[in-house]
Design a protein around this ligand. Sequence first.
Ligand code: FAD
Ligand code: DHB
Length: 391
Amino acid sequence: MRTAVAIVGAGPAGLLLARLLHGAGIDCVVLEHRTRAHVEQRQRAGILEQGTADALRACGAGARMDAEGLVHHGIELRFDRRRHRIGFPELTGGRSVTVYAQTEVVKDLIALQLAEGPPLLFEARALAVEKPESDHPVVRFTHAGREQTLDCDYVVGCDGFHGITRAAVPDEIRRTYERTYPYSWLGVLADVPPSCDELIYARGEDGFALHSMRSPTVSRLYLQVPNGTDPADWSDERIWDALERRFATDDGDWSLARGPIASKSVTPMRSHVTEPMRYGRVFLAGDAAHIVPPTGAKGLNLAVSDVRILARAFAHHHRTGSGELLDSYSDLCLRRVWQATRFSYDMTTMLHSQPGENAFDTRVRLARLHRLAASAPAAAELAANYTGLPL
Ligand code: FAD
Ligand code: DHB
């Protein structure tokens, strides 16, 4: 098999890239290890930056998001049992975010791709990228029970953190920057209307909690838990009790509605950046190149901005023959990646309780929250990062 651009991975990065390249008249093929059902059901992110929502609309994948997504104009920070709203449009020149689950983004992009192309192969597992520095790299993969090759001009690794394309960058060139955090998130999906109109990021006495949502009838909630937590140790009652404690407030008579919990999972928290994001004819995009802890809702949005930048570079090359934008891809993305890494780190460390944290550190973390509540410029900085920095 042969194509111009071989895309490994059909998460948000690979699927949107395929759509953008197809629109620019560039041939590509997407190889996806898992089944369609698996990819469409993986519970992950839920918040789309303004620029992500605009990009989905611009490529024809925005209809259901516009019909069913919830546009949010702010978030609440809850700490010291008080509530503080940060409004976005007034602090950002009119920007907002859309609550629309990653599962739905992926379903919309897959449906479009299967209807209109380019080719998308499920259960096609890439094994290795060969000759990455040559003009004709090759992806070796298994599909339909046999090993095959995809010859191409370029490979884009959109195969997530556990993918294989990152290994195409030789060890002596690849640099990795990493931090793990001493806590994880227990995420639950509950069949109960959200107890809030906007997301609540809460710093309770015994840790962080986040109230998000998937629809007017489904709540998505997260709890800080120790690393190594087994979700089976958390009964529904234990989860609701912990959430109730962490969201407790003296501002008005707010209460948390309980309902049946449909799923529970634990996500570890990690920051990871691989540099460079290009080697020879191989480009890395999304989680294949970087991971952020989820507190700032940046992971999916960064994946989308990487492939928007890359698609623009491929289109420029296709139109003009110039490789200058492809050459600047890694540097341009990494500047944004480090901004998102910094923001996610700040949000994470400000809102979580460090195991064994001393009283000084607790006070400093609270001072950061009080500053956000008291200062419009401080809140504007959060709002600009949360709704998305310009491309
Ligand atoms: P992925 O979505 O990981 O897609 C990669 C694709 O490549 C997958 O479909 C995979 O099956 C495929 N693949 C892997 N290896 C191969 C191979 N060898 N051959 C072919 N295909 C391959 N972000 C937030 O903002 N908020 C959250 O709450 C949040 N929760 C998360 C929970 C979990 C458990 C995880 C893992 C991530 C979470 N994220 C969250 C991050 C966000 O979901 C990711 O940043 C986003 O999915 C990145 O998209 P991607 O397309 O780069 O990678
Ligand atoms: C969701 C996840 C996040 O990491 C976040 O910061 C906000 C919302 C969510 O899954 O809804």
